[in-house]
Design a protein around this ligand. Structure first.
Ligand SMILES: C[S@@+](CC[C@H](N)C(=O)[O-])C[C@H]1O[C@@H](n2cnc3c(N)ncnc32)[C@H](O)[C@@H]1O
Length: 219
């Protein structure tokens, strides 16, 4: 008689995606799931806008840079970059991918949003980053971002809306459209693309998304 392994009655879960790691704030898992992806469209739009003005080689601060997709793009376009993140594994993944000749233009700082200083700079990039700052620390962080940007400097990044499923998670900073407009007072808005959609039901943890993709120029 053959031994037979009885099939489990547990339904198979859909695979973990980057959003599942983000929801759980499993940052090493997130980094592994996005490693090697292209830079964010908001960063590309901001860098292109500087280049149209004939400005290159400025100083950019990449807030919560993660494994470094945007930092690599800035370095590749000749910028100096201060990349910050609280997760120690982030920079272990970034540094080996920085070409030797670009390394002198990169500084990395392992720091929490609460303690993050923002150097005076031409560009603050915060891709899918600020929603993970706890509400108690958000106003001071945003004030430091605004204060760091010179007139003509740019902010690029995302805010998550108050209708987004994750707005109810503890420790997250989400904003209504009106609140986003308030944060961007003092800026000329160059991009404000609202992405609002429901995940297909076959996702592991389907959610409603409300994302504000922003590029804004400091007046
Ligand atoms: C969704 S990832 C975005 C990473 C990258 N900017 C991108 O566009 O893929 C959020 C990032 O926020 C960082 N982060 C989360 N909580 C943080 C905190 N309290 N202080 C600083 N960074 C934090 C994580 O380590 C992670 O790199």
């Amino acid at each position: 008689m053959r031994d037979e392994v009885s099939p489990s009655n547990e339904p198979e879960l859909p695979p973990m995606m980057s959003q599942d790691y983000s929801e759980a704030e499993d940052w090493p898992g997130y980094f592994a799931s996005v490693l090697g992806k292209d830079a964010r469209e908001t960063l590309i739009a901001a860098l292109d806008a500087f280049e149209r003005e004939g400005f290159t080689g400025g100083l950019g601060v990449d807030i919560a840079a993660g494994e470094g997709r945007d930092t690599l793009e800035m370095l590749g376009r000749g910028w100096r970059v201060v990349a910050t993140d609280a997760e120690p594994q982030a920079f272990g993944l970034l540094w080996p991918r920085v070409p030797e000749e670009q390394r002198p233009r990169l500084t990395t700082e392992e720091v929490d949003f609460a303690d993050m200083r923002v150097s005076d700079c031409d560009l603050v990039n915060a891709s899918f980053a600020l929603p993970f700052c706890c509400p108690a620390d958000f106003p001071a962080l945003w004030s430091r971002i605004v204060a760091a940007l010179r007139p003509g400097g740019r902010f690029a990044g995302q805010f998550f809306g108050d209708r987004d499923t994750w707005a109810s998670l503890p420790g997250r900073s989400h904003h209504s459209r009106q609140e986003v407009m308030g944060l961007l007072e003092g800026f000329e808005i160059e991009m404000l693309r609202v992405e609002e959609k429901d995940d297909p039901p076959d996702r592991r943890n389907p959610k409603h998304w409300q994302i504000f993709h922003v590029v804004a120029r400091r007046r």
